[in-house]
Design a protein. Structure first.
Length: 126
């Protein structure tokens, strides 16, 4: 018997954040897709035939690329930024490179990047 969308969503809502991250990664691998929105394609389709210069994205994703030698400090910074518990924050740090937070305002993302770099991590804003 096939599960309904509602049953699947209910099961996902009961999962931990790390389990959902693992599920998304498994789905990306199995189906050969990416959960990341194709921002550039959407923006160009929205503008039609007009060519417009963009100032850059108003929101970005924060990617932890390298943890560095101060892993505990990086975990603390991730907890502060994300509001996650110790276990989930440690999981994100252990899985580096990983996305720490998505759709963050550019100014706020710069501040988070600074916090993570002060903790010893290497971070990219995409």
């Amino acid at each position: 018997m096939a599960l309904t969308k509602e049953e699947i969503l209910e099961a996902i809502s009961e999962m931990s954040v790390m389990d959902v991250v693992d599920l998304v990664a498994a789905m990306e691998e199995k189906f050969g897709v990416s959960a990341a929105a194709p921002v550039a394609a959407v923006a160009s389709e929205a503008s039609g035939d007009e060519v417009q210069e963009e100032e850059g994205p108003s929101s970005v994703d924060i990617h932890l690329t390298v943890v560095g030698e101060k892993k505990v400090d990086v975990i603390k910074a991730v907890r502060t930024i994300t509001g996650l518990g110790l276990k989930d924050a440690k999981g994100l740090v252990d899985e580096a490179p990983s996305t720490i937070k998505e759709g963050v305002d550019k100014g706020e993302a710069d501040e988070y990047k600074k916090q993570l770099e002060e903790a010893g991590a290497t971070v990219e804003l995409k």
